[in-house]
Ligand binder design. Structure first.
Ligand code: SF4
Length: 63
């Protein structure tokens, strides 16, 4: 599974980071990045929930 952030849509308020901090990190530049190496080690339901909860629809998952 791969998780993608559209940096042009992300507004950087950090809901994803708060929900799954081992996978998502909001950078000093103000948008989220994904630690792809942690995705496989993380409960996919938690990631899916964070993706679906992004208010800017900036996150997508490729199963
Ligand atoms: S929840 Fe969405 S808009 Fe907010 S920081 Fe994460 S990717 Fe960006």
């Amino acid at each position: 599974m791969k998780v993608l952030v559209d940096g042009s849509m992300c507004v950087g308020h950090g809901l994803c980071e708060a929900a799954v901090p081992e996978v998502f990190e909001v950078t000093d530049e103000g948008f989220a990045t994904v630690r792809q190496g942690e995705v496989a080690n993380t409960d996919p339901d938690r990631i899916r929930s964070a993706v679906n909860s992004c208010p800017a629809c900036a996150l997508t998952m490729e199963e």
